[in-house]
Design a protein around this ligand. Structure first.
Ligand code: PEP
Ligand code: MN
Length: 346
C-alpha cells in the first residue's frame, strides 16, 4: 500500500526532511515528487501501520492520502476533481470540447496552411500535424522533420491555432517542444520510458496516446511516469487497440472513456481517425466519442486526401469535417458540453 504525504506549499526543506526521516525509520521506501509547487512524498510499504494523524501533526504537512491503486498521482484517490490542462491559454478538460484537427503529416506550406484555415473556420482551436512520423515501413514518408516544425511555427503565427505535434525520440524532444503547444507521444512510444521521463522533466502539455495493445492500466501507468517527474499537464487519448477484427484498422475502445473517467482526474480525448482507420467511419465514431464523455477529439483532415503522404484513407476533406463539426455541436449539447464557434475565413 501507498501513503502520499502532501507538504504545504511553503514547507521548509527541514520539514520535508523530518517527514522523510520519520517514514524511513519506520521502514518505508520514499519518493519525493513535485506537484503544483509543493512536495509530495509517497511512502510504500505496509502503510496499514502508518497513522495518518501522527503525520498530520508533523510540521509542514498538509494532508496524507492513502492510495490503493498502482497509479498514485494520476488516480482519483489523489485528486477527486477533474484536472483542466491549459494549452497556451486553451483549456482541455473543461466544458468546451478540445477539437484538434489537421493532417497526419505536415507535407508542405500550402497543405498545412489550407488545412489549418479550414479546420479553424469549422471551429477547431488546435492544429495537429506530424513532422517526425513513426512509420511501419522504413521506406514510407518519415515526415519533413525540422522543416515540418518550421512550417508549424509559421502556421501558428498566421492562424493562431495551438500546435499539437508528435515527438518520436529523446534526441528531438527539445526542438519539438519549442514549437508544440502540446507534445504528442504516439501509440508506439507509450511505453518508451526514457522518452516519458524526458517529457516528464518538461512542463509542456503532453498528449499521451494509448499503445496499440496497451491496457487501460498500462496507459495510466505511462501517464504516471510524466506526473512522477513533475509534468502534471497530461491529456490521455484513446486511439483504438488491436483486436482480431480485420475490417477496421483498430477497434476504438470507447469503454476506456468511462473507465478512465472513474479511475483518473486527467482529461481523455478520442481519436476516431486511427480508431477506425477509414474516413467514412470517422464521423460515427467521433460522435460516439463525444456521447461517451470524451473531453475532445483528434481528427485527421487533409485538403486533398488522395494525395496525402500518410493516412489519406482515414482523413476527412475540409467540407466533411465542417459538416461533422455541426453534428458534434448537437451531440455536445446533449451531454452538456460546448464546441468552439465556427469563424468566417477572411
Ligand atoms: C498519428 O496521430 O498520426 C499517429 C501516428 O497516431 P498513433 O500514434 O495513435 O498511431
Ligand atoms: Mn496518422
Amino acid at each position: 500500500m501507498i501513503m502520499l504525504v502532501v507538504m504545504k506549499p511553503h514547507a521548509s526543506r527541514a520539514e520535508v526532511l523530518a517527514v522523510r526521516e520519520r517514514l524511513l525509520s519506520m521502514g518505508f521506501s520514499v519518493k519525493e515528487v513535485p506537484v503544483d509547487g509543493r512536495v509530495t512524498i509517497s511512502a510504500s510499504g505496509d502503510t496499514g501501520r502508518l497513522d495518518p494523524e501522527e503525520f498530520a501533526s508533523l510540521g509542514g504537512v498538509e494532508q496524507t492520502i492513502p492510495i490503493s491503486k498502482p497509479f498514485r498521482l494520476v488516480g482519483r484517490e489523489f485528486r477527486k476533481e477533474n484536472t483542466e490542462i491549459i494549452v497556451d491559454g486553451e483549456v482541455v478538460g473543461g466544458k468546451e470540447l478540445a477539437i484538434i484537427a489537421g493532417p497526419c503529416s505536415v507535407e508542405s506550406w500550402e497543405q498545412v496552411l489550407q488545412t489549418a484555415e479550414a479546420v479553424k473556420e469549422a471551429g477547431a482551436k488546435f492544429l495537429r500535424g506530424g513532422a517526425y512520423k513513426p512509420r511501419t515501413s522504413p521506406y514510407a514518408f518519415q515526415g519533413l522533420k525540422a522543416e515540418g516544425l518550421a512550417l508549424l511555427r509559421e502556421v501558428k503565427r498566421v492562424t493562431g491555432l495551438k500546435i499539437v505535434t508528435e515527438v518520436k525520440d529523446v534526441q528531438t524532444l527539445n526542438s519539438v517542444a519549442e514549437v508544440a503547444d502540446m507534445i504528442q507521444i504516439g501509440a508506439r512510444n507509450m511505453s518508451n520510458y526514457s522518452l516519458l521521463e524526458a517529457a516528464g522533466d518538461l512542463r509542456t502539455p503532453v498528449l499521451l496516446k494509448r499503445g496499440i495493445s496497451a491496457t487501460i492500466e498500462e496507459l495510466l501507468m505511462s501517464a504516471e511516469y510524466l506526473l512522477a517527474r513533475g509534468n502534471q499537464n497530461v491529456v490521455l487519448c484513446e486511439r483504438g487497440i488491436r483486436t482480431f477484427e480485420p475490417y477496421t484498422r483498430n477497434t476504438l475502445d470507447l469503454n476506456a472513456i468511462p473507465v478512465v473517467k472513474k479511475l483518473s482526474h486527467l482529461p481523455i480525448i478520442v481519436d476516431p481517425s486511427h480508431g477506425i482507420g477509414v474516413w467514412d467511419g470517422v464521423a460515427s465514431m467521433a460522435l460516439a466519442g463525444v456521447a461517451a464523455g470524451a473531453d475532445g477529439l483528434l481528427i485527421e483532415v487533409h485538403h486533398d486526401p488522395s494525395k496525402a503522404l500518410s493516412d489519406g484513407h482515414q482523413s476527412l476533406k475540409p467540407e466533411r469535417f465542417k459538416e461533422l463539426m455541426e453534428k458534434i455541436r448537437m451531440v455536445a449539447a446533449a451531454v452538456d458540453r460546448t464546441v468552439g464557434e465556427s469563424v468566417n475565413a477572411q
